[in-house]
Design a protein around this ligand. Structure first.
Ligand SMILES: *Cc1c(COP(=O)(O)O)cnc(C)c1O
Length: 397
């Protein structure tokens, strides 16, 4: 997945433009910038690539989620449904605006289970936030229908799935809002950066203003703006946007390499009857950033994961034990370890996660192994890797 693996002359050239002009900020300084507007150019490239009306860049994927929620008017005490398997950024962004993260089980898609979402909806629910983990998507048709029925927003976290699609549409462009991360380890990187996309003009305009101190970007010149509402600073810099611009133009090349490497590994593992693969909802196309597979039970999965590591096969993850990505290790959330006090709405609204039953998630994540698909592997290397993996797995199952 990481775009940093294929870093080179294109990225250097884009960054050099910015250094030569000396204008590191995305707004203003028109006279000095020598025609370079890297953030604007990257937004235009993403509008095209994501088949969406509006794109707004921000400083990170976490910022994109926070700004997306704020732009749609989500606030204190509103419930946001999110999956048990994601990155900590999901609940961070929800808590940042005083809203309440409601954890819901994943199914064999490794993303939000529509059935469990339906059961979790209350009168305080405002948003359903599926997270397209490890390159593949939630059942968006089912989630969309729940959102319609209950008048909820659908916010897609596509931070790990850029380039994937669902029923012919780019992931991120299907919900009311979609978010991407361009941090250092994502499929395309800015170093640090993120984007939110939407077809709804008011969300876009709100996001624009909110991520730059509430300055009214649409009314007047910079410096003389009104402040229609309170905001924050989630701006991206021109330097970061320049790197992203070089990378986004290579996205389709990256995806083709990922697909080739993924396919070689998957075909090899398909010969092992005990190995099954994550379900991709009908009409979905992965971005091939990870190959995710199931083994028959937790014990076997642990053994296989350990043996893969011991055999020098790197970058295969057992998320069940992972601190960043699975609810079981989110002790700071379950014990509300905040530096200051949390808003009363959050404390009152949070379920007692130490008593919650997420056995449906454990059932799937406990037997999942995810292998990162690297861009830098040669075809020969992938074949050798596939052969080794098959050997290791067959010795155990
Ligand atoms: C990386 C990531 C984020 C956050 O992105 P940052 O740019 O690192 O803040 C959010 N959600 C998911 C699923 C991610 O993988």
């Amino acid at each position: 997945m990481p775009g940093f693996e294929l870093f080179g002359d294109n990225e250097r050239k884009q960054v050099q433009d910015v250094l030569d002009s000396g204008v590191l900020m995305r707004y203003g300084f028109d006279g000095n910038r020598q025609g370079h507007w890297k953030a604007k150019e990257l937004e235009a490239a993403l509008v095209e690539r994501m088949q969406t009306k509006h794109v707004h860049l921000v400083s990170s994927g976490t910022a994109a989620l926070t700004v997306a929620l704020a732009s749609a008017g989500v606030g204190a005490g509103d419930e946001v449904i999110m999956p048990t398997f994601t990155f900590v950024a999901s609940f961070e962004s929800i808590l940042a605006i005083g809203a309440v993260p409601i954890l819901v089980d994943v199914d064999d898609t490794l993303t939000l289970s529509p059935k469990m979402v339906e059961e979790a909806v209350t009168e305080r629910t405002k948003v359903v936030m599926p997270v397209h983990m490890c390159g593949s998507m939630a059942d968006l048709e089912a989630l969309q229908s729940i959102c319609k029925r209950h008048n909820l927003l659908l916010l897609e976290d596509a931070c790990q799935a850029i380039g994937g699609s669902y029923q012919g549409k780019p992931l991120g462009s299907i919900g009311d809002l979609g978010c991407f991360s361009f941090d250092y380890v994502k499929t395309i990187t800015c170093g640090e950066g993120g984007a939110l996309i939407t077809n709804k003009e008011s969300y876009y305009e709100n996001a624009h203003k909110y991520s730059d101190h509430g300055h009214d970007h649409f009314g007047s010149d910079r410096g003389a703006e009104q402040h229609p509402f309170l905001g924050y600073n989630f701006r991206i810099s021109e330097l970061h946007a320049a790197v992203g611009l070089a990378q986004v133009l290579r996205l389709d090349d990256f995806l083709a390499i990922q697909q080739r490497n993924y396919t070689i590994l998957r075909e090899a593992l398909s010969n092992i009857p005990e190995v099954t693969f994550r379900r991709v909802p009908e009409g979905g196309v992965e971005n091939y950033s990870f190959l995710n597979f199931f083994l028959p039970n937790e014990e076997t999965t642990r053994k296989v994961h350990q043996s893969l590591g011991a055999s020098g096969i790197d970058a295969c993850f057992y998320w069940y034990d992972n601190n960043w990505h699975y609810y079981r290790k989110w002790e700071h959330l379950t014990n509300l370890k905040s530096l200051g006090s949390l808003p009363k709405e959050v404390i009152d609204g949070l379920p007692d996660y130490s008593k919650s039953d997420f056995s449906a998630s454990d059932h799937w994540i406990g037997r999942t192994i995810s292998c990162l698909i690297k861009l830098s592997w040669t075809e020969d290397e992938v074949h050798q890797r596939a052969e080794k993996m098959v050997k290791v797995i067959q010795e155990i199952v």
